[in-house]
Design a protein. Structure first.
Length: 272
């Protein structure tokens, strides 16, 4: 079951204004959604841009679906595999042989964007199960095809089925479903997303009292942030910004783009 979103020219205009004023016309793929009135604005939101770590929210959703139906216990025993080891940001507790649980893997995957936790969850849940669940909810081009790597060389992934695909429009649809409580465990998922440790992209552009349940993603030429903005008066917006950028010499990650993203969010927030 999915939702039907209505294009809205006024939201298109607000989104496009912020993109132009922040100088991101050639780099942005963006979505602005009103989950309560089921309307949205967009800017090149169906262009293929690699989703990086934003795709981890869909793995979380499949885990909570399995928790809800009882086919996977949140506290089940999981042993971390050597095959899933890769570089990751933040705390890195999941060395090969460590015993943990699906609930702990989900927490570290979302809060700290842990790549090892992500890859272990892909083994536990199955990438086809994640893809099937997302497509059943209307994300028609979505694909979880490959495990994630924090650096070169890439993780050896013999079960790879293709390059991950989660375009900005479908990320917007996902967060709309989550905001409306139409995914199992929606409230618990949003609570995890509000703890996202990366607060350097869109968060600085928010207004006092705003809350943002979100997930970021970053590589050497990509910088993304996507989630649910909850305003002090209770209004909610789904905000997605994907940036595809040129690599900067000597910069292994595209974090240099963070101020551009913050400025974009500030400009957009002033018009909500």
């Amino acid at each position: 079951m999915s939702v039907v979103l209505r294009p809205d020219a006024d939201l298109d205009a607000r989104l496009t204004f912020a993109i132009r004023e922040s100088g991101l016309e050639d780099h942005a793929s963006a979505f602005l959604g009103d989950p309560d009135r089921l309307r949205y604005g967009q800017y090149r939101s169906r262009d293929f841009v690699y989703p990086a770590s934003v795709i981890k929210v869909t793995i979380m959703a499949e885990a909570f679906r399995r928790f809800a139906e009882g086919s996977l216990a949140p506290d089940a025993a999981v042993t971390v595999s050597e095959a899933n080891q890769t570089a990751t940001a933040g705390p890195a507790p999941f060395r090969a042989g460590v015993r943990t649980t699906p609930a702990s893997l989900v927490e570290y995957m979302i809060v700290y964007s842990d790549n090892v936790a992500t890859n272990q969850l892909i083994d536990v849940l199955g990438r086809q199960a994640v893809t099937s669940f997302m497509r059943s909810r209307g994300l028609r081009t979505f694909l979880l095809g490959r495990k994630l790597s924090g650096s070169e060389p890439l993780v050896d992934d013999p079960q790879m089925t293709g390059r991950n695909r989660f375009v900005a429009y479908e990320a917007g649809l996902f967060f709309t479903l989550l905001a409306r409580g139409e995914l199992p465990g929606s409230q618990a998922q949003q609570a995890l997303l509000e703890r996202c440790a990366d607060s350097h992209k869109l968060v600085p552009g928010l207004a006092p009292g705003d809350r943002f349940a979100h997930k970021t993603g970053e590589t050497s030429d990509l910088s993304h942030d996507a989630g649910i903005l909850i305003m002090p008066d209770g209004r909610r917006w789904v905000v997605v910004l994907y940036l595809q950028l040129e690599e900067q010499p000597g910069q292994p990650e595209a974090s240099w783009a963070n101020p551009l993203m913050s400025r974009w969010m500030q400009l957009l927030r002033e018009r909500l």
